[in-house]
Design a protein around this ligand. Sequence first.
Ligand SMILES: [Cu+2]
Length: 140
Amino acid sequence: MTAPSRPFPWRPWLVAILVVGGWTLSRLQADRAAVMPASGPDHVAVSLSGTPKVMRETPIEVVVSDSQGRPVSGDRVVVRLTMPDMTMPENKAIARPITDRPGHYRATGVFTMGGDWEIEAIAAHDHRPASGRQRVTVRL
Ligand SMILES: [Cu+2]
C-alpha cells in the first residue's frame, strides 16, 4: 500500500517568497537612499555690496557651503527677487561661479521699484535644493 499523497506544501513556500521579497524591496530602497549624497542641509548665504538703487544693476553675491562649512562649487544657483508685500512680475537671475573663489557665485539683479524686497538664492545640483534669503529695502 502506498502512502496517501499529500498535497504540495505551498504555504511555507509562500511565506518564504514573501519574506525574501520584502527583504529585497527594503534593500533596494536602502540603496536608493544611499545614492543621494548625504550633504545635509546646505548653507546658502546671500549678500549685497553697497546700497541697491531702483533700476540699477546690483551685484548679488551668494556663498554655498555644505553642512560642514565646506564650499560647494558646481551648483546651479538661481536668484529670485520678490516683494513680500505685493505680487510682482517674475524677476530671476542666474548666479555664475566666481573664478578662484570656491563656493562663491555672483548674479546681477535689478530691483524694479522702491520698497522692501526679498532676495532668495536657490542652489541645486546632485543634492536636494537649498536656499537662503536676505531682506533689503531699496530706495529711489
Ligand atoms: Cu513691487
